[in-house]
Design a binder for this molecule. Structure first.
Ligand SMILES: [Zn+2]
Length: 242
């Protein structure tokens, strides 16, 4: 099904989507979201029409980086102004252990099992997300005069955050890799969903009160998303891109 186009893509049939859309994840995965009741015969023209656009988006990705995925030497939490240097210490420990000293993160354990090391780093990034994003959200919520339920920190591939009808907020720990003004942009966006569970004109009006540059920030967010480190989302056990 991929052979007709100069890029690989996946199909997702959606009951909620009203019209088809093409999305590109931070990692260059192209997904066609197709309303499940829409005849599939229109798919081909949709893909053909958008081929140039998809190729342009993909060209902004660093292809070399994509194929040479490796464990990071540095973890740069741009939002926090923290650059962590990693020190990998092979040992016969069965579990990976992490220890912090200053901004040095020492990883001890079986370095041949890269995926296990990666998982330990992901857990550490999520921990940092809980440590910094939760209080950050609280500060911005107070500024906006809003209150929310629980906060969960995840490492989703496609979303920077979400807000539920029950007023619970999810944030992506990947936000730590973005400049702080874009983190704020996302926090304001999700907090505004406490008032509007949609993207209506009223929603954007309220966003604008706290994030005057929200339109520009939205575009920047997409660009920065494309530069996130590969190891965050690409498993070493994954053969997809080989
Ligand atoms: Zn939204």
């Amino acid at each position: 099904m991929n052979a007709d186009y100069p890029f690989t893509w996946q199909l997702r049939l959606s009951k909620r989507a009203k019209r088809p859309r093409l999305t590109i994840s931070n990692y260059g995965e192209v997904e066609l979201v197709w309303p499940h009741r829409m005849p599939k015969r229109y798919m081909q023209s949709m893909l053909t029409q958008h081929t140039a656009w998809v190729l342009k988006q993909l060209s902004t990705l660093n292809i070399q980086e994509r194929t040479n995925i490796d464990l990071p030497e540095i973890i740069d939490f741009v939002a926090l102004g923290q650059k962590w240097a990693l020190d990998y210490q092979p040992s016969s420990l069965s579990r990976i252990q992490l220890s912090e000293q200053g901004f040095m993160l020492t990883v001890t354990g079986d370095m041949d099992d890269k995926e296990q090391v990666r998982q330990a780093l992901l857990a550490w990034v999520k921990k940092k997300g809980r440590q910094y994003l939760k209080p950050w959200l609280a500060v911005v919520a107070q500024e906006m005069g809003l209150s929310y339920g629980t906060v969960a920190i995840r490492l989703q591939k496609r979303r920077w955050g979400s807000c539920s009808a029950k007023k619970n907020i999810n944030l992506n720990a990947g936000l730590l890799f973005l400049p702080d003004f874009l983190v704020r942009h996302v926090l304001i966006h999700e907090l505004t969903h406490l008032k509007h569970l949609n993207h209506s004109p009223a929603f954007w009006q309220d966003v604008k009160k706290f994030d005057a540059n929200y339109k520009e920030n939205r575009k920047l967010l997409q660009q920065y998303g494309l530069k996130l480190p590969m190891w965050l989302h690409q498993s070493f056990d994954d053969n997809l891109h080989k």
